[in-house]
Design a protein around this ligand. Structure first.
Ligand code: AR6
Length: 170
């Protein structure tokens, strides 16, 4: 059984097996969660990301997919990088956002991670409306979490995000 929990705070301060990064397809860093993870996790994460770009992901990691690296100096074993879709008011990209949660959990289960921390993917720089992003996150994790993953922890940066996830959980 997987328990879903909510925490308001900084995802880089969590003690978990795997921290999910809201990355971009370059895997070479950015702002938001991505910037914070590389800053606190140190250069080993970027070094592994560069290796992934030089091998399996020459064109970058496609949107909706996930891949793991070391967590460097974070209090975790792995960082699972996933690429959320940029919000579009014209096209429904919800399935791609769901895929980020599903694929990250699949990678987590393959690694043997029992606790996984997620940020609210795509709801920052990529512009996804928080309420909708929260609904997709909660629904997808409920539908797809491997029971070997004991805890999925959503780490929400501010009260607005926390409330949106609280509502989605009900
Ligand atoms: N801990 C938890 N949540 C955070 C943190 C943190 N330290 N920092 C920000 N958030 P974003 P995206 C929240 O922008 O929308 C990067 O440049 C934030 O308030 O990190 O998927 C990447 O390289 C928001 O609710 O990710 C990509 O280019 C949520 O985390 C692009 O941004 C996600 O915001 C990805 O954009």
């Amino acid at each position: 059984m997987t328990t879903l929990t909510l925490v308001q705070g900084d995802i880089t301060r969590q003690t978990v097996d795997a921290v999910v990064n809201a990355a971009n397809s370059s895997l070479l860093g950015g702002g938001g969660v991505d910037g914070a993870i590389h800053r606190r996790g140190g250069p080993d994460i970027l070094a592994e990301c560069r290796k992934l770009r030089a091998s399996h992901y020459g064109k970058g990691l496609p949107t909706g997919r996930a891949v793991a690296t070391t967590a460097g100096k974070l209090d975790a074993r792995w960082v699972i990088h996933t690429v959320g879709p940029v919000w579009s008011g014209i096209e429904d990209r919800g399935e791609l956002l769901a895929s980020c949660y599903r694929e990250s959990l699949r990678v987590a289960a393959e690694l043997g991670a029992r606790t996984v921390a997620f940020p609210a993917i795509s709801t920052g720089i990529f512009g996804w409306p928080m309420d909708d992003g929260a609904r997709i996150a909660v629904r997808t994790v409920r539908e797809s979490a491997d029971p070997a993953v004991e805890e999925v922890r959503f780490v929400l940066f501010d009260e607005h995000a926390y409330t949106a996830f609280e509502d989605a959980l009900r």
